[in-house]
Design a protein around this ligand. Structure first.
Ligand code: IVH
Length: 658
């Protein structure tokens, strides 16, 4: 039927190809039309109709689902040498030196789907590999699972296998929603996906917005036409299944190892969790020769990434004060190894987080360290809580200066109300002298602490009033250090308004926004006198930013501090931007990815913005250029898929004319 095909096609464009052709409203209109038709002619309703994605509540537990061929599990390899051992065994047992397919190991749950004459009839979980649970109505709600195959001639029978998972973005939304409703948040996307598939009411499954990747064929009556795993994936893709785009054919185990290393580093760039790489001998005939031992195939293995979670004891909660006065609770932990790094501190975010997760000092807690972000406490292991532990309370006075703490209604963070709080001053000072701001080499964390402690710096402008005698009072600063510092401090006076502004630590004003404001307004006086509406004209400045800037300059002590910077000779002007439309890159949108050989990200952005171009964070059809350095990641892949021009640093410099 025309209408049904149209709807399923829109679904496929949206959920499998990630390239919607219809607006949400158009889609809804079609679906409503179909629902209406089917309610008038119920005999038209068949199980593969798009209206059947959400069915009715199951009466009891789920029926058994027998797999046509057993769903095997995978032996593990934990490092390169174990991967080499796997390769050596494959070569020895098969007498061949085969190619491998490397696939991301999606962290969800394995399912199998049975299509008869092209229509999805049944679907079930893996269970013990032989029999699982039939959860067909729930699987129908997964939008990227085809209800009908798209192949030109449908096979009589096909069993497709793959992983149902939850995107990280959907997971975060789901948890935010649950917290609002007072329900306990899920620990990770896998648990949320697995729970979702096993709901009695398919409406609840549908609400989780699960996704699917197909990775194998259990059985198909045309199996003899398919000679390799690579062809099996092609077959599945042609049939309308989503297949992960990062699969790779590898000629040797060394290629496999390189692939594993790349993805262990880049896993955080994906919008779904992966916990390793699955390596499969490509040739199906060879797979057969190799066979399996028990449930473990000898033709495949799973390289497991290093664990990023560990359990340890929460020894104490220490509250520190940040640059903007926020009170930050930090966990002091019994030191524990996570992914090769010893972790003894982790963030607890805020008081709200601690109470909603019921985290208490003395608990065994799960700690996670993902990529290069700060380790965080995921939650307590309640089964291991012994006796009564005290509930944590945020202090109501600042732990550093003793002033009152404010906790604005609706905000997660508590703040110290004293703008002159030494904890805030020291953080502000560190930020002010950092590389993206005034870039004063020699004033590192230690010296900054000492300058505040000795009372030599009370506000940022004091940096420019330090006498040689002042500097000599600091322990371990000799004549030479003092001379160097002098020179660096002097030199920093010429950085210009954008850098000063970035250094002031105004809430929401980072280096890019600071540059936009500086160049649009031209000098500090214009900025201090600007109305909110004037500020809003700058790129990247919305209401929140504009209000924050106004608030900063409405405070007399800030204005006085700026006047002291001025009288010390700090340059508070900016080259006014050439009119944007005149720039060489006027109207062009750029995305930066990877590390460029010579330019920092800020420098590259500045070149683009100065030439009238725009920098955005993610690649879409609206992107004109992607500037890619070393280790470019998923943005690079996406750009290639969309056919967007990709520039290296040299080509980029040519384009901007430097
Ligand atoms: S193949 C014999 N490929 O990992 C082959 N499994 O124990 C068996 N998984 O729970 C599976 N991504 O659901 C295969 N690309 C992938 C996979 C994958 C994730 C899961 C699978 C199973 C576990 C393997």
């Amino acid at each position: 039927m025309e209408l049904r095909a149209q709807i399923e096609d829109a679904n496929y464009q949206y959920h499998v190809l990630d390239n919607p052709k219809l607006s949400d409203a158009q889609y809804d209109a079609l679906l409503r039309e179909l629902l209406d038709l089917e309610s008038r002619y119920p005999e038209l309703v068949t199980p593969d109709s798009p209206t059947q994605r959400v069915g009715s509540i199951a009466s009891q537990r789920f029926p058994a689902y027998e797999h046509l061929r057993p769903m095997l599990s995978l032996p593990n390899a934990f490092d390169a040498s174990e991967l080499r051992a796997f390769g050596a065994r494959v070569r020895k047992l098969s007498g061949a030196d085969p190619s491998y397919i490397a696939e991301l190991k999606i962290d969800g749950l394995a399912i199998s789907l049975r299509y008869e004459e092209g229509t999805l009839m049944r679907g079930g979980t893996r269970g013990d590999g032989r029999v699982g649970e039939e959860v067909t109505p729930n699987l129908r709600t997964v939008a990227s699972i085809p209800l009908r195959l798209r192949s030109k001639s449908a096979p009589r029978m096909l069993e497709a296998r793959g992983e149902v998972y939850l995107r990280k973005s959907a997971f975060e939304m789901l948890n935010a929603q649950r917290e609002k409703q007072g329900a306990a948040p899920f620990a990770n996307p896998r648990n949320a996906a697995a729970g979702g598939v096993r709901q009695l009411d398919p409406k609840l499954t549908a609400a989780r917005k699960l996704a699917f990747f197909a990775y194998g064929i259990g059985n198909v009556d045309e199996l003899e036409r398919i000679g390799t795993q690579w062809e099996a994936l092609d077959y599945l893709r042609d049939a309308g299944f989503p297949v992960n785009p990062y699969i790779k054919r590898c000629r040797s185990i060394e290629d496999v190892i390189a692939y594993c290393e790349v993805w262990e580093r880049k896993r955080d760039e994906l919008d779904y969790e992966i916990d390793g790489v699955v390596v499969k001998v490509d040739e199906l005939a060879l797979q057969k020769v190799l066979g399996s031992v028990g449930k473990d195939p000898r033709w495949a293995t799973a390289y497991k990434f290093k664990a990023r979670e560990a359990r340890t004891k929460l020894l104490d909660i220490i509250v520190t004060v940040g640059r903007t006065g926020t009170l930050n609770p930090n966990a002091k932990l019994q030191p524990v190894q996570i992914g090769g790094v010893t972790v003894s501190n982790a963030t607890l975010h805020n008081a709200e987080y601690i109470s909603s997760h019921d985290i208490r000092v003395g608990d065994t807690v799960v700690v996670m360290r993902a990529g290069d972000v700060i380790p965080r406490v995921v939650g307590p292991v309640l089964e291991e809580r012994r006796g009564r532990l005290p509930v944590f309370a945020m202090p109501d006075t600042c732990p550093v200066c003793g002033s009152a703490v404010d906790h604005p209604e609706g905000e997660a963070m508590s703040r110290c109300t004293n703008a002159a709080c030494p904890a805030q001053t020291v953080e502000r000072l560190k930020h002010f002298v950092s590389r993206g701001a005034m870039d004063i080499e020699g004033i590192g964390d230690v010296l900054a602490d000492q300058l505040i402690e000795l009372g030599l710096v009370k506000d940022l402008s004091d940096v420019y009033r330090l006498s040689d005698a002042d500097l000599e009072r600091v322990p371990r600063t000799g004549e030479k250090t003092v001379a160097n510092l002098r020179r660096n401090i002097e030199g920093s006076k010429r950085r210009g308004l954008a850098r000063v502004l970035a250094g002031l630590g105004i809430r929401f004003v980072g280096s890019i926004t600071a540059r936009a404001l500086a160049e649009d307004l031209g000098d500090m006086d214009a900025l201090m006198n600007a109305e909110t509406e004037d500020l809003l004209r700058s790129e990247g400045v919305g209401k929140e930013v504009a209000t924050s800037v106004r608030l900063f300059f409405d405070q007399a002590e800030n204005v006085q501090m700026i006047e002291r910077l001025r009288s010390a000779g700090v340059d508070l002007s900016a080259p006014k931007r050439k009119h944007r439309e005149d720039g060489a890159l006027a109207g062009k949108t750029f995305v930066l990815t990877g590390t460029l050989p010579a330019l920092s990200r800020d420098e590259a952005s500045a070149l683009i913005v100065n030439a009238g171009g725009k920098v955005t964070g993610s690649v879409s059809k609206k992107t004109d250029y992607v500037v890619a350095g070393e280790d470019p990641g998923s943005k690079f892949v996406k750009a290639r898929e969309l056919g967007i021009s990709i520039l290296d640093e040299n080509a980029f410099r040519k384009l901007v004319g430097t």
